[in-house]
Write a protein that binds this ligand. Structure first.
Ligand code: DAH
Length: 341
């Protein structure tokens, strides 16, 4: 039983009539019946082209293909029409009020301290420093001993440090790190020079809060260890950091300071415009040449290698760049403040 050209037109009418009659649930069945890949009626029709007499084959094939295209398009249209109808019904039945304005999607943003931390890391990343991380709950061995803070140093006092209340072998050795410097030791234990690394993270101190002190703060530690590293390398890198972070015209100054894990130790200040039209020096970080004992503690030969280290106060930098006058704003979670950045 082979179809004829005339019967293709009949098929078309039959299929379209059935499609108009189909509802949402009948659509799939219609598609299977007419356009199904295995034995849809149009598929079979196309397959029967080869049974046509030679002289009719081309014409028959074209007509069958046209039918297939027509039905595919009609199917899409019907599907869309039914979908629209469904929405319309929902609207008129009162289930949805289509006149209501859309609900705004709130856009989050990064906390100003996080933004600043990322910017700092990016600047050092461009200068070849990779990023590492260390634990916030730290051992005294890394937080203090490894960086030459001796047993009787005031920083170890229980009033300055938040100790974890657990004794191991009769000692309390676990604490919330008071700075990111223990990561100097952690990094050097796992990596041989050359080392260029920055370590961001939160630090904790038992501290009465005021406009410039919080009991939680964020630091970015930096460490470079290699043969032949000198103080001038430290200065060059930090000068470049200040200019990329705060602008090309920025001036910096170093003055001597004491940190047990560096020798010599410095604090760096950047010049900052004052309301009166002048500038003043604002300290933003501690730094220095890594003390040979710190290198040796971490298993690095200090007769061959030297290094520099620095620790940047991230909140300090954020306060400076946006003119924020009180560090406590950062952690009050007041959206009126946070939305400004
Ligand atoms: N760890 C110091 C602090 O918390 C900051 C610091 C000073 C880090 C000098 C350093 C450094 O790496 O060289 O106050």
């Amino acid at each position: 039983m082979t179809a004829t050209i005339e019967s293709i037109e009949e098929l078309r009418q039959e299929a379209l009539a059935a499609l108009q009659a189909a509802d949402e649930s009948g659509l799939e069945a219609w598609r299977a019946e007419w356009l199904g890949r295995q034995d849809g009626r149009v598929t079979l029709l196309l397959r029967s082209v080869r049974d046509q007499p030679q002289e009719q084959r081309a014409q028959f094939g074209a007509a069958a293909n046209a039918l297939k295209n027509t039905l595919e398009e009609a199917f899409q249209e019907r599907q869309e029409a039914l979908r629209q109808q469904q929405l319309q019904d929902l609207a008129t039945s009162g289930a949805i009020d289509v006149t209501l304005p859309g609900r705004p999607q709130p856009h989050g943003r990064l906390h100003p301290v996080t933004q600043t931390q990322r910017d700092i890391i990016e600047v050092f990343g461009e200068m070849g420093f990779r990023v590492a991380e260390g634990p916030e709950v730290e051992w005294a061995k890394y937080n203090f001993d490894g960086v030459r803070i001796p047993e009787d140093h005031p920083a170890r006092d229980m009033w300055d440090t938040i100790w974890v209340d657990k004794e191991i072998g009769g000692r309390r050795d676990m604490l919330l790190r008071t700075h990111t410097s223990p990561n100097q030791v952690r990094v050097m234990e796992h990596q041989a020079p050359p080392i260029r690394v920055v370590v961001p993270g939160k630090c904790y101190r038992q501290e009465a809060t005021d406009a410039t002190h919080e009991w939680m703060l964020t630091q970015v530690e930096g460490l470079a260890v290699d043969e032949g590293i000198r103080m001038s390398d430290l200065k060059g890198v930090l000068y470049e950091f200040a200019r990329r972070m705060f602008g090309q015209d920025r001036e910096i100054t170093f003055h001597h300071s004491y940190f047990p894990f560096v020798e010599p130790g410095v604090e760096m200040a950047v010049d900052w415009p004052t309301a009166e039209g002048g500038t003043r020096w604002v300290e933003i970080l501690g730094a220095g040449m890594v003390h040979p004992e710190v290198l040796e503690n971490a298993g690095i030969d200090s007769s061959r290698y030297t290094g520099f280290a620095f620790g940047i106060g991230v909140e300090r930098v954020a306060m400076l760049r946006w003119g924020i006058d009180d560090i406590r704003h950062f952690y009050h979670n007041d959206l009126r403040f946070l939305r400004q950045f």
